[in-house]
Design a protein around this ligand. Structure first.
Ligand SMILES: C[S@@+](CC[C@H](N)C(=O)[O-])C[C@H]1O[C@@H](n2cnc3c(N)ncnc32)[C@H](O)[C@@H]1O
Length: 288
């Protein structure tokens, strides 16, 4: 799916109105119907992600992986999931009809168990390029599973991103990212280097409306927060906002509905265990 809920619903309503008489149209609550349907489509997108995520986790479990030991996943934060889906779809749509290629690339550092990569792929990314250290056995298992499910759309580059991102840029200078997601090493040095190296993979020549989006996960953590503050202080990037979550859910991935983003809910996982891990996902853009 690469069309936003708003656009999908507007088109559907347009089609329905086309078969009605004017007198009837005047009596309909079009605005209310649009809002209700849009909320439903957004919920469906989160549920779709949740369902496929369960299949992926089941595959890892079948291969001897204890899901409870996964290093971390943005999918534990419902607010982040909603925001990342909306970001992807908005970005895709922004480019519609422009001279720019409809191909959309997400570059991320931190593949881990493939959860964020799955989210991007379901949200319509034509390609996800993910840089991952590869210290966990499950990363390769998830890579194989996702690559089979989304053929030709996922490239996982194994190795230390401090080396692999600059090398990738040198080897493939034409490669540009539309969405950059920094979620790898969480020390300030690692996050700083990921932030600065990824800047080389963004085309800053584009005008603002067609530009990239930069997401930095876990900016509430000291190391990442420091690097993100430094990037802004040095004029490398700017924050446009952030999504805060109060808890992470670790049972029956995901979710917590603690964060009510645009007022919508996804049904809670029955018996989900909540952990008092807060999450902060910052978003913004690189400056030219
Ligand atoms: C929090 S997890 C990423 C979660 C993932 N983005 C998601 O939302 O599903 C962090 C990942 O970064 C990887 N990582 C840590 N240091 C790295 C480095 N120097 N280069 C590449 N990957 C690194 C870890 O191996 C781990 O898989």
């Amino acid at each position: 799916m690469d069309v936003s809920p708003e656009e999908t619903v507007a088109k559907a309503i347009e089609d329905i109105l086309a078969i009605l008489d004017f007198d009837v149209k005047a009596k309909l609550d079009i605005t209310g119907t649009k809002a209700a349907l849009t909320a439903m489509v957004k919920e469906a997108q989160v549920l779709q992600f949740k369902m496929v995520l369960k299949d992926l986790n089941a595959h890892l479990q079948a291969n001897g992986i204890d899901i409870a030991t996964l290093e971390g996943s943005t999918s534990s934060f419902l607010g982040s999931v909603r925001f990342m889906q909306a970001t992807a779809l908005r970005d895709w749509n922004t480019n519609k009809g422009s001279q720019i290629s409809p191909e959309k690339t997400v570059c991320e550092v931190g593949f881990n168990a493939g959860h964020s990569a799955l989210l991007w792929l379901l949200a319509g990314a034509s390609r996800v390029i993910s840089f991952e250290l590869g210290k966990h056995k499950y990363s390769q298992l998830a890579n194989e599973w996702l690559s089979a499910r989304f053929p030709g759309r996922l490239l996982v580059v194994m190795g230390d991103s401090l080396q692999t991102v600059p090398t990738f840029h040198t080897m493939f200078t034409h490669e540009k990212c539309d969405i950059v997601f920094v979620d790898g090493g969480h020390t300030s040095q690692q996050a700083w280097e990921d932030l600065t190296h990824f800047k080389e993979l963004v085309d800053l020549g584009r005008n603002a409306s067609n530009g990239h989006i930069l997401l930095v996960d876990d900016t509430n953590m000291p190391g990442v927060g420091e690097a993100w503050a430094q990037a802004q202080a040095q004029g490398i990037a700017v924050e446009d906002g952030h999504v805060l979550s109060h808890n992470a859910d670790v049972n029956d991935f995901p979710f917590s509905s603690d964060l009510r983003w645009i007022g919508n809910f996804v049904t809670e996982s029955p018996g989900a265990i909540r952990w008092p891990w807060p999450g902060k996902l910052s978003y913004g853009r690189y400056l030219p």
